[in-house]
Design a protein around this ligand. Sequence first.
Ligand SMILES: Nc1ncnc2c1ncn2[C@@H]1O[C@H](COP(=O)(O)OP(=O)(O)OP(=O)(O)O)[C@@H](O)[C@H]1O
Ligand SMILES: [Mg+2]
Length: 259
Amino acid sequence: MSPGDMAKYESLRWRFGEGQGSSALIAMARSKSWFSNLIPRSMNNQSPMKTLSLIAQKGGTGKTTLGIHLAVQAQRQGLRVLLIDTDPQGSAGAWWQRRASAEPTLVTGLGTELAEMQAQARERAFQLVIVDTAPHSSEQSRACAACSDAVLIPTRPAILDLDAIGATTELVADLDLPAQIVLNACPPPIRAHEPRIVAEAREALTAYQVPVCPVAISQRAAYSHALIDGRAVVEFEAQGKAAAEIEALWADIRHGLEL
Ligand SMILES: Nc1ncnc2c1ncn2[C@@H]1O[C@H](COP(=O)(O)OP(=O)(O)OP(=O)(O)O)[C@@H](O)[C@H]1O
Ligand SMILES: [Mg+2]
């Protein structure tokens, strides 16, 4: 991260929560402690906590969109979920600030601070940590991956995106981490069949050693519309096709994480 990015990131970090009516985040901003007042430590039940990072060196593949949607879906299924925005762009944080609900909990931090944040999250009985990462930031992404139980690599099915995936698959291979590629922003299925471009992308991705998730996420207006006022598609259009895709994706990931 360049010194300019660092400065921008710091200003975002401590501005977070101010004036938003969230005592937890205001407390966090004042004390510079990530989880002040979220829940008493005495509630710590030592339940195993899992961390899933969304990583792709290429920009715009859907890391933030899918991270937010998975966090909301997991929380709706009863898990205590912490979403960590490690991207200086702060897109997940901006979504959270537009959101009416304070859940899932969201904090910001550097990828290199993730281990410390995880320790605090574990003490406060979070069951799932989802980490949104920045593109083009191999040092920070590597730090996140190194602390994760699993990595999800979103990619669009277009050739330039597929070509760019090698840097991320090498990262997870180096660390010998469970990982899955998920095809995002795909043309929707036609009469329940995957369109050709999706099938071809699956074929092209066999060149990498990372498996491809059986669930593909379609390009649907609902994904971006829902985010406008801080919601996710499962809240915005609970019976819609996008919600069904997110439910299927989360079911697949939950099974993999053994949560
Ligand atoms: N499945 C989808 N359907 C429709 N729009 C989508 C979908 N996934 C992502 N988008 C849109 O594509 C754009 C990029 O998505 P997003 O910000 O989630 O990617 P990202 O990987 O987090 O980007 P960055 O690398 O810049 O952080 C956003 O405008 C988002 O609303
Ligand atoms: Mg993003």
